[in-house]
Design a protein around this ligand. Sequence first.
Ligand code: KG4
Ligand code: ZN
Length: 334
Amino acid sequence: MSTFTRILAIETSCDETAAAVVENGRTILSNVIASQVELHAQYGGVFPEVASRRHIEVIHTVVKQALEEAHLGLDDVDCIAVTRGPGLVGSLLVGVNMAKGLALARHKPLLGINHIEGHIYSLWLSEESESFAFPLLNLVVSGGHTELYLMADHGRYKHLGGTLDDAAGEAFDKVGRLLGLPFPGGPAIDKVARSGNPNAYKFPRGVMDDSFNFSFSGLKTAVMRQTQQGHQPSLLVNDLAASFQAAVVEALVTKTERAAQTYGVTAVHLAGGVSANSVLRQTMKDTLPMPVRYPKPILCTDNAAMIGAAAHWRFINGKFDALDLDVIPSLQLV
Ligand code: KG4
Ligand code: ZN
């Protein structure tokens, strides 16, 4: 029997059509991502019907390419994994139907994976993960989520808190639009903020209470009020971006630090699109006394390798799904 587990993973929950082959939950044999960012930029956000149509157009090519780049055929993989939620229903359906078809045709086990769990496992795609020790604290910060999860073991989570309104990435995207920056707002704000003053404006830091919850809608409104005070020369846009970013980062770091200390974790893991933010990474590292880890930039935003990594731990425990697996657009992790 082969000592290698190879999983073909598919991810289509939002606006990236992605497929990957992952070996033993750690090694990426291929990681193909067809991004729709340019397609949606004209709308200033993800247009669901357009997203699912594009997934249908490219999914076959993306899966084929993932197998080719891994130098494997379908018969060489042990399992088919796919994101079943949370995400856009029409987008999720494209990936799940593709995975079901492949599993049925080749008699392979099928695994439906939670997208958030995928982001958490993006950090395990490294040799270094062999030395990770539990408990770990995961901060998942993406376009749709801002959540703190304590992880006691593989697949064992406790939800400590999350956003009460907008997700951090959503706030970056909305403020980016307010400031006239290109979509998505996160990377654009990260870039212009480098030449801005983070102390130029004092924006609200959200819920500064004993909970592990966040709130970013008041911050977004405060930036909007400021922008309504007339035309902003580009220098002020940089200051607004830097001040907004400083407020988001402070809110995230404060709660994460307290959760990490309360639960005595061995390390803090940042995941999701916003974990690519340069100031967030640096401030977390400078502030927290324990190791702070984050994925390579390509693994921060949506990809299928992370789905394959999460699937590995379910696969070795034989936790398979039936072939009538359905999508769950509002799937919770715990
Ligand atoms: O994880 P992801 O690809 O999608 C979801 O699952 O939601 O995250 C996308 C989000 C977008 O809101 C984008 O603006 C944000 O991640 N993002 C960033 C950065 N890069 C991407 N936010 C702040 N700074 C960045 N460097
Ligand atoms: Zn995501």
